[in-house]
Design a protein around this ligand. Structure first.
Ligand code: AMP
Length: 515
C-alpha cells in the first residue's frame, strides 16, 4: 500500500475512481442527473466542472497523494469536488460539517492536510481549526472570495486536464471514524477498496429500471460515499434527488413529487418517518429502501412495510473499515432481521473469544476479509495491528451466520452490558421498547452499579402525541424480555441524540445514565 506519501507513478490503475467517473459519463452521456433544492444539474456539467477543478487544483500546487479535507453539507459541489480531487490524484478526506472545531482540527492535523475545502457558512470554523497548522497551504471555499482564501470559482476557470496517475492500491480516501475511546482514527481506503465496494453494492442490489433515488445520507460518511459509488456502476441513467440533510417531511414530499423508487437510510430515519402521516402521501413509486449503519428493530421494519406496501426494506451491513460493505440482502432474497449474504469476494468468519470459528447459529465476533478491507489506520500501526491480521478485519461486532449463510448482527461487542454476570445486548432491550406503541426511538446503555456490576438503563423518545410513563415501559419490557434484561430505569427524552450519519448515539447518553 502506498499511502498518500508515495511519489506519483506513471501507471493509472484500472480501478482509479476518476477513471470510473469518466467511464460512467462516456456510457451515459449528458442528461439531467441530479436535483437539488429546486434545480436540475446535468451529468455533463457536473463532469466538466470536476475536470476543470481538478486542473485548477493541480495548477494551485495540489499533488497526487495530498490529503484534502472537505467539510461541507450535502450539495452538488460535494460530488464534483470528490471527483476533482480523485482526478488530481489527491486523497479525499471528508469531515462532517457538524464536527466541533477541536475535532475538525484533529482531522486536519492528523491527516497532515495540505488544503481544506469548505463553504462560506463554515469558513470561520475552518479558519480557526486550521490556525497555525503549517502543512495547510490553502483554504478553498465556494461562493464569494474572502481574503487569504482561494475561491473554488477561480479553480474552475482552468482548462480541463488529464487524470493524474494513481495505482489501484494508492490512497483514495481517508475517512475519520470511531473516537469512542480517544481521538477519531483515519481509515485508509484505496481506489481498489472503494471501487470494489461500489461495484459489489451495485451488483448485489441493482434492479433494472429502479434508478430514481433519494440521497439523504451525508456524503461525508462511508455509507453515503458507498451509495454514490454504487450508482456510478449502473448501466442506466440514474437520477438522484439530493437532500442537504435528512428531513422526514421533505423526504416524503420529494419521493412523491419526483416519483422516487429507492433510498438508502439508517434505521433512525425510518423511525422518524414512521412519525409522519405516511398515508397522506402517494409513496407508491417507492420500491425499496436499503437500511444499514445500525441495528434495525423488527417492529420498525414491519410497520414501515405495512404502511408503505409498495416498498421493501433490504438490510445491509458494513463498516468504514470495509469501505462500508460486507453483506446485503439481495432483491428477491430478503431474510427478515438479517443483514444478508456476504457480497461476492467477501469472506466472513465468526470467531469466539479464543479466535476459534463457531458453529452456524452460534454468536461470536464477525471477522471479514475482502478487497474492500482497509489497508489500516492512518499513522496508527498499533490500532491497525489490533484490527487486522492476514487481511482479516475484526469488526468489533457480535453476530452469527445461519444455516443458509445469512448474517445476523447482534450488537457491538463494546456496548455489551454485563449485569450480575449475565450478558445483556442493548439492542434486544431497544427492540422490545420500540414495540411499545407509544415509543418512537429507544437507546439502552449500561451504568456502573455497585451490586450488579452494571445496570440496564433506557432512554426513550415518544411518538408525537403519545403518552407512556417510565413505570409502564419498565413493566412492558419485563413482560417481553424477562427478569435479568429489562431496564431498571427508563428516562423519557424529547429526542434521542444521533451521530452525524443518524445512528443512535449511545456514547452521548452514557454519562446521562449515571445517577
Ligand atoms: P461506521 O464505521 O460508522 O459505518 O460504523 C460501523 C458499525 O455500524 C458496525 O461496526 C456496526 O456496529 C454498525 N452497523 C452497520 N450496519 C449495521 C447493521 N445493518 N445492523 C447493525 N449494526 C450495523
Amino acid at each position: 500500500m502506498h499511502c498518500g506519501v508515495a511519489p506519483p507513478r506513471e501507471v493509472t490503475g484500472d480501478l482509479h475512481l476518476a477513471g470510473l467517473a469518466e467511464q460512467s459519463f462516456a456510457r451515459r452521456g449528458d442528461y439531467p442527473s441530479l436535483w437539488f433544492e429546486g434545480e436540475w444539474h446535468t451529468s455533463g456539467r457536473l463532469f466538466e466542472r470536476s475536470t476543470r477543478i481538478a486542473a485548477g487544483l493541480a495548477e494551485l500546487g495540489v499533488e497526487p497523494g495530498d490529503r484534502v479535507v472537505v467539510t461541507m453539507a450535502n450539495c452538488p459541489d460535494v460530488g464534483v469536488i470528490y471527483n476533482a480531487l480523485w482526478r488530481a490524484g489527491a486523497v479525499v478526506t471528508p469531515a462532517t460539517f457538524l464536527l466541533p472545531v477541536e475535532d475538525l482540527r484533529h482531522v486536519i492535523a492528523d491527516s497532515g492536510a495540505r488544503a481544506v475545502l469548505s463553504t462560506p457558512e463554515f469558513l470561520a470554523k475552518v479558519t480557526e481549526a486550521a490556525a497555525g497548522l503549517e502543512h495547510v497551504r490553502w483554504l478553498i471555499c465556494t461562493g464569494d472570495p474572502a481574503p487569504d482564501v482561494v475561491a473554488l470559482a477561480t479553480l474552475e476557470a482552468a482548462a480541463p486536464g488529464r487524470v493524474a496517475a494513481r495505482a489501484d492500491d494508492d490512497l483514495a480516501a481517508l475517512l475519520y471514524t470511531g473516537g469512542t475511546t480517544g481521538r477519531a482514527k483515519g481509515v485508509m481506503l484505496s481506489h481498489r477498496n472503494l471501487h470494489f465496494s461500489g461495484h459489489a453494492a451495485y451488483a448485489a442490489g441493482h434492479l433494472e429500471g429502479v434508478n430514481r433515488a433519494l440521497t439523504t445520507l451525508p456524503l461525508s460518511h462511508s455509507y453515503g460515499l458507498l451509495v454514490t459509488l454504487a450508482a456510478m456502476h449502473s448501466p442506466e441513467r440514474p437520477v438522484s434527488v439530493l437532500l442537504r440533510w435528512f428531513d422526514p417531511a421533505m423526504f416524503l414530499a420529494l419521493v412523491e413529487e419526483h416519483r422516487l423508487q429507492l433510498s438508502a437510510v439508517v434505521p433512525s430515519m425510518l423511525q422518524l418517518l414512521l412519525a409522519q402521516p405516511l398515508e397522506q402521501h402517494d409513496l407508491s413509486s417507492l420500491r425499496y429502501l436499503t437500511s444499514g449503519g445500525a441495528p434495525l428493530a423488527p417492529e420498525v421494519e414491519h410497520e414501515f412495510c405495512r404502511r408503505v406496501p409498495s416498498a421493501s426494506i433490504r438490510q445491509g451491513y458494513g463498516l468504514t473499515e470495509t469501505a462500508a460493505l460486507i453483506s446485503t440482502n439481495p432483491p428477491g432474497g430478503v431474510k427478515a432481521g438479517s443483514v444478508g449474504l456476504p457480497v461476492p469476494g467477501t469472506e466472513i468468519r465468526i470467531l469466539d473469544d479464543r479466535g476459534r470459528a463457531v458453529a452456524p447459529g452460534e454468536p461470536g465476533e464477525i471477522c471479514c476479509r475482502s478487497p474492500g478491507v482497509m489497508a489500516g489506520y492512518w499513522r496508527a500501526p498499533e490500532s491497525t495491528a489490533e484490527a487486522l491480521s492476514d487481511g482479516w478485519l475484526r469488526t468489533g461486532d457480535v453476530g452469527y451466520v445461519d444455516e443458509d449463510g445469512y448474517l445476523f448482527v447482534v450488537d457491538r461487542k463494546k456496548d455489551l452490558i454485563i449485569r450480575g454476570g449475565f450478558n445483556v445486548y442493548p439492542r434486544d432491550v431497544e427492540d422490545a421498547l420500540v414495540e411499545h406503541p407509544a415509543v418512537q426511538m429507544a437507546a439502552v446503555v449500561g451504568e456502573p452499579d455497585a451490586i450488579h456490576g452494571e445496570e440496564v438503563v433506557a432512554f426513550v423518545a415518544l411518538r408525537p402525541g403519545a403518552a407512556a410513563t417510565a413505570r409502564e415501559l419498565i413493566d412492558w419490557s419485563r413482560a417481553r424480555i424477562g427478569g435479568y434484561r429489562y431496564p431498571r430505569r427508563v428516562h423519557i427524552l424529547d429526542s434521542i441524540p444521533v451521530t452525524p450519519v443518524g445512528k443512535i448515539d449511545r456514547k452521548a447518553l452514557r454519562p446521562r445514565a449515571v445517577r
